[in-house]
Write a protein that binds this ligand. Structure first.
Ligand code: PLP
Length: 443
């Protein structure tokens, strides 16, 4: 009997024993190719010597020192590195231990930023229906994923949710991609006018939607229009790059590809690449100055924030990505993997869309390619695909998301950046076989 309270109480999980590059090996010796980096985390695979050695070195100097008493060299160096690379004047870094914590901090930061300026009437966030920002109560409230929210609705503060930018489902045949982006972005203006812009704190969105709908990037121009609206009405723009940031889409920050500088960016998963739990909130200088010249204190904090060993691991991860030129590798692997997927699934009866950026890729599953009718909500095809893939020695991330109130299914692929070309082919071959197995069982 296990005493671990697993999320899926009845699941019988294999026990991970060791790592070998992009593979995890269980206690029975079975190898699993990690096609999703867990949940888009392990961008350097599972036993990178440079990261392990950086962690050991930090443990031998000072493993942990509470951030209320000390700063640390790795925390300072990592913040310097991140702010040097970040777009615009995102000049300050607030550390957390993960993604939900980063989003919570960003939301509270937005509220206190306006309080520092005497704008206590501002209390609302606007977010999008198709989004996931974390499972803690504040992050869950801004998220639009119904499946995750439902049971906790009475505990969540009110948030106005607008349409996602989801061209596969929502772009009309009589409009261009640019017109579509503009139309959907303008929903933000409508929402602001309904609530009263003077009561709104911020708009929060993922530049590439991850967990809820499977690697859906905003169309070009959408985020630029969003930025314009935020500026026009004086609200903050928070971009949640917990999943899509830190190189995952082929640039360090996903929003660089949209040519937009938000007021706040949240990052996590790829920051420490799973070697240590760490997240961060990057903040524009002007916001920071409101705190520094106002109360001088952000009313927030966690015991493990700016954890020296986590910062040392993240610094080593980011240096490795830079030194080994892995961002260009991400872009090359994107071509190979999407090429394979298009060849394999272009005529597949249940594959509606193949999409994404860099190594954050999504496959949307449908019952009918013509009508884009989702598969039946109760089909649980996502669980079946996961099981079949694990049997074939492949980790991928199939999910049941929400498509405008109805359930839909997609598979997220987010392999480590260190994949060889042969391993990239192994990933797509195993995925093809897993889909065959799963749909055979479903029929
Ligand atoms: N934000 C986004 C965009 C995410 O994808 C996730 C996790 O999947 C989170 C926030 C929450 O991060 P964590 O699970 O580290 O709390």
């Amino acid at each position: 009997m296990t005493h671990v309270f697993h999320r899926h109480c009845h699941s019988n999980l294999p026990t991970a024993a060791t790592g070998d590059g992009p593979y995890i090996i269980d206690t029975q010796g079975k190898r699993y190719l990690d096609g999703s980096s867990g949940a888009a985390v392990s961008s350097l695979g599972h036993n990178h010597p440079a990261i392990i050695s950086a962690i050991k070195k930090q443990l031998q100097s000072i493993p942990y020192a509470h951030s209320g008493f000390f700063t640390s060299e790795p925390a300072e160096e990592l913040a310097q590195w991140l702010t040097d690379k970040a777009p615009g004047d995102l000049n300050r870094v607030y550390y957390t231990s993960g993604g939900s914590e980063a989003v919570e901090a960003a939301l509270k930061m937005a509220r206190q930023y306006f309080l520092e300026q005497g704008e206590s009437q501002r209390q609302y966030f606007i977010a999008r229906r198709q989004s996931y920002h974390g499972n803690t109560l504040g992050a869950l409230a801004v998220g639009g994923n119904q499946w995750r929210r439902q049971q906790f609705d009475p505990l969540l503060s009110p948030v106005q949710h607008i349409a996602p930018c989801y061209s596969y489902r929502d772009q009309r045949t009589d409009e261009t991609e640019a017109e579509y982006g503009l139309r959907i972005a303008n929903e933000l203006e409508q929402a602001l006018l309904t609530t009263g812009p003077e009561k709104v704190l911020a708009f929060i969105a993922e530049p590439v939607v991850g967990a809820t709908s499977g690697a859906v990037p905003a169309v070009p121009g959408y985020l630029k229009r969003v930025r314009e609206i935020c500026d026009q009405y004086g609200i903050l723009l928070i971009l949640d790059e917990v999943m899509c940031g830190m190189g995952r889409t082929g640039s360090l920050f996903a929003c660089e590809q949209d040519d937009v500088v938000p007021d706040i960016i949240t990052v996590a998963k790829g920051l420490g690449a799973g070697y240590q739990p760490i997240g961060a909130v990057l903040v524009r200088e002007q916001l920071y100055q409101a705190f520094a010249q106002g109360s001088g204190f952000f009313q927030h904090g966690h015991t493990y924030m700016a954890h020296p060993t986590a910062c040392a691991a993240a610094l080593a991860v980011q240096h490795t990505i830079e030194q080994d030129q892995l961002l260009s590798r991400v872009r090359k692997l994107n071509k190979q993997i999407t090429g394979n997927l298009n060849e394999m699934f272009n005529e597949h009866p249940y594959v509606g869309d193949i999409r994404g950026r860099g190594l954050l890729l999504g496959i949307e599953l449908v019952a009918d390619r013509e009508t884009k009718q989702p598969l039946p909500a109760g089909s649980n095809i996502h669980q079946l695909i996961k099981q079949c893939a694990m049997q074939r020695g492949l980790m991928c991330y199939p999910m049941a998301g929400t498509i405008d109130g109805k359930q839909g299914h997609h598979i997220l692929l987010a392999p480590p950046f260190i994949l060889t070309n042969t391993q990239a082919d192994e990933l797509t071959d195993k995925l093809q076989l897993s889909l065959q197995d799963a749909f055979q069982e479903l029929d």
